[in-house]
Design a binder for this molecule. Structure first.
Ligand code: TPP
Ligand code: MG
Length: 693
């Protein structure tokens, strides 16, 4: 039943034809690329088809409609499933300004170029590269984690922006996940959080096919997943036959009726279902089926065996009449209501428009605190919390929280009306992630993808617990904000388990992530100003626990130099003898050493380098002005691994840093033990002057 018979097809036959089109496109694309996973898209085709065609409130003509239902393919290895859906439903493209354009997101030619260089159909779905892809997935569990942030965003937007008669936000978030996703810790953390928050707009669809790459899931995964989710507080529904569209529709309805908690739909399926010839599931898995198996499977589907990338007449039209028509009507009705809403609530509508384009409100940087010179000073976590609270009052869609350390990392929003995001108070702007760093990382991305400006805090050392999510935010180029405090051995008594050593070097090595480690309270203000203006870059703001002096800016240079990543803080007239450079809490050591050297007649310069990433973006003339190539005597000071500093100190420089894990003791003893003293910096300066002669 192909092409010519289309006019005679019943809706059931059209269902089958559409499902088999998805399956054969996946088989053909993987076969041509000789790479990828055909089995998962084949087994999942009816589940995804039913969701898109009958349930999803999504207009393919406008993939950035703010109230669209979100579809997340957490099982990113099944990417061909998503590409087939984007192609068959005719999802349109968007430009970098998030405006829709007439081009299709994915064409049949794109599908033929699956996994090829510069194609719009990469191995795993990538946000930004392929319109219609809501988030980048592939590392298992991450999409599921993102979806909790998207669902939080949905509830928050509804609470903040809906008005009587204007249900501006009521979208749902659907996730397809597999055994792998549900084995990963991040998904468990996220599910636990979603259950606590009773997010009613969240639906995970679990492809319970009982196999993973290595073989039967029984080898490693035997728990009762449904019971686990029930214990998390989720509604759990079962579909015992993944090919039964009636059962699938009932399960989706069950979700739509359940308005007091998230829903897990457990779908029992067989990977690569429909291919009775292949009993060994492994081949249907991480690799192409092979020409012969493709033919046999097509024969089983009643498909012309020699046709490749066949899209029978009527299939795309069928999708247009289903999801296309439903989505268009919903979106158009929404737009008409939004026009009326904009008249009645112009301020709210303006906020939504700015959010959609990642713009800031006017006056976003007003009432910034200023910090007078103070030799004792305050911790940068402290000044950071003050700046954050000032900014969040100016930017109503800044929402965030901490992984159970808000009291320590100072990320709590304390002003009137900030509130807590909890069941029953979804308009709160303080999120309580609990001790779930990884889910926090993934959820922050989900929030950002729904246009909220999210921040999340924890101890810097625990950035490792969320690094896979940070990495994906960097790949996606989304402006998430990570506030990492207790940034060195300076945290003291908690000892080596809590003292970051290699984290600065590690995160600096990550492309697309901006790292900022300001030196004093006024650098913190400037750092936050840079951060707020980022539109397509995540940032790690790294702050101290301990007090650091607030520099006298009448004596030293202005903190506005932070915007250039590195700047001259203190200088000497005439020919320089030595450059001292540092970041964060160690800059004050450089300043103290500078003063001593000055008294000894040595001409030194202090360069504060809060962001090496930003510094590298400055032109050569500026960089050479700050770090003149002819001055070879250089010292870097950072209470962390010295990895990376050789680039700035050169062969005759000295890097003061950590070469082992820290220790548990009061800070003053640690700084002495590990050599973070003025004397040590002065001695290093003298040594490098000699070495570079
Ligand atoms: C974090 C992470 N670890 C490992 C992989 C490699 N990987 C891709 S698919 C897969 C098996 C997943 O099994 P399942 O979720 O059951 O999907 P199915 O094979 O059933 O489609 C693995 C281990 C990955 N993508 N992400
Ligand atoms: Mg599986």
């Amino acid at each position: 039943m192909v092409a010519s018979e289309q006019t005679l097809l019943t809706s059931t036959q059209l269902d089958t034809l559409s499902i088999n089109t998805i399956r054969t496109l996946a088989m053909d694309a993987v076969q041509l690329a000789n790479s990828g996973h055909p089995g998962a898209p084949m087994g999942l085709a009816p589940t995804a088809y039913c969701l898109w065609q009958q349930v999803l409130r999504y207009d393919p003509a406008d993939p950035v409609w703010p109230n669209r239902d979100r579809f997340v393919l957490s099982a990113g290895h099944a990417s061909m499933l998503l590409y087939a859906l984007l192609y068959l439903t005719g999802v349109r493209g968007v430009n970098p300004e998030y405006e829709k354009i007439s081009e299709f997101a994915v064409t049949l030619d794109d599908i033929k170029r699956f996994r090829q260089i510069d194609s719009k159909t990469p191995g795993h779905p990538e946000y930004r590269l392929t319109p219609g892809v809501e988030t980048t997935t592939g590392p298992l569990g991450q999409g599921a984690g993102n979806s909790v942030g998207m669902a939080i965003a949905g509830q928050w937007l509804a609470a903040r922006f809906n008005r009587p008669g204007f249900e501006t936000f009521n979208y749902n978030v659907y996730v397809i996940c597999g055994d792998g996703d549900l084995m990963e810790g991040v998904a468990s953390e996220a599910a636990s959080l979603a259950g606590h928050l009773r997010l009613p707009n969240l639906c995970w669809i679990y492809d319970n096919n009982r196999v993973t790459l290595d073989g039967p899931a029984d080898w490693s995964f035997t728990e009762d997943v449904g019971a686990r989710f029930a214990a998390y507080g989720w509604n759990v529904a079962h579909v015992t036959d993944a090919n039964d569209l009636g059962m699938l529709a009932k399960a989706y309805n069950n979700f739509l009726q359940t308005r007091d908690r998230p829903t897990l739909i457990v779908v029992n399926s067989h990977i690569g279902y429909g291919s009775p010839h292949k009993q060994d599931t492994s081949a249907a898995h991480g690799e192409a089926l092979g020409e012969e198996e493709v033919r046999l499977t097509k024969k089983f589907y009643g498909w012309p065996e020699d046709a490749h990338f066949l899209v029978p007449d009527g299939v795309r039209q069928h999708f247009q009449e289903g999801i296309g028509k439903r989505g268009r009507e919903l979106r158009e009705a929404w737009e008409a209501r939004f026009e009326e809403y904009s008249k009645q609530y112009p301020e709210l509508a303006d906020q939504l428009n700015r959010m959609q384009h990642r713009e800031l409100p006017d006056g976003w940087d007003k009432n910034m605190p200023t910090f007078p010179a103070d030799a004792k000073g305050i911790g940068t976590r402290e000044s950071g919390g003050k700046v954050l609270n000032a900014l969040a009052q100016n930017v109503p869609w800044m929402v965030g929280g901490s992984a159970d350390l808000a009291g320590s990392d100072r990320t709590r929003l304390k002003f009137d009306g900030a509130g807590d995001f909890q069941p029953g108070s979804y308009g709160g702007r303080n999120l309580h992630f609990g001790v779930r760093e990884h889910a926090m990382g993934a959820a922050l991305s989900g929030l950002s993808l729904c246009r909220i400006r999210p921040f999340g805090g924890t101890f810097f050392n625990f950035s490792d617990y969320m690094k896979p999510s940070i990495r994906l935010a960097a790949i996606m180029e989304i402006p998430t904000i990570y506030v990492f405090t207790h940034d060195s051995i300076g945290l003291g008594e908690d000892g080596p388990t809590h003292e970051p050593i290699e984290q600065l070097a590690g995160l600096r090595a990550m492309p697309g992530l901006m790292l900022m480690r300001p030196a004093d309270a006024n650098e913190v203000v400037e750092a936050w100003k840079v951060i707020m203006q980022l539109r397509d870059e995540p940032v790690a703001l790294v702050l101290t626990r301990q007090a650091v002096p607030t520099f006298d800016r009448t004596k030293y240079e202005s903190a506005s130099g932070v915007a250039k990543g590195g700047y001259i803080l203190a200088d000497s007239d005439g020919k320089l003898d030595v450059i001292l450079m540092g970041t964060g809490s160690e800059v004050s050591l450089c300043v103290d050493a500078y003063e001593q050297l000055k008294a000894q007649g040595i001409k030194a310069r202090v360069v504060s380098m809060p962001s090496l990433d930003l510094f590298e973006r400055q032109d050569e003339a500026y960089r050479n002005r700050v770090l003149p190539p002819e001055v070879k005597a250089r010292v870097s000071v950072e209470a962390a691994s010295t990895f990376g500093w050789s680039r700035y100190i050169g062969p005759t420089g000295v890097a003061i840093g950590m070469h082992r894990f820290g220790a548990s003791a009061p800070i003053k003893d640690l700084l002495k033990k590990f050599g973070f003293t003025t004397e040590k910096v002065v001695a290093a300066a003298r040594a490098t002057i000699v070495q570079s002669k």
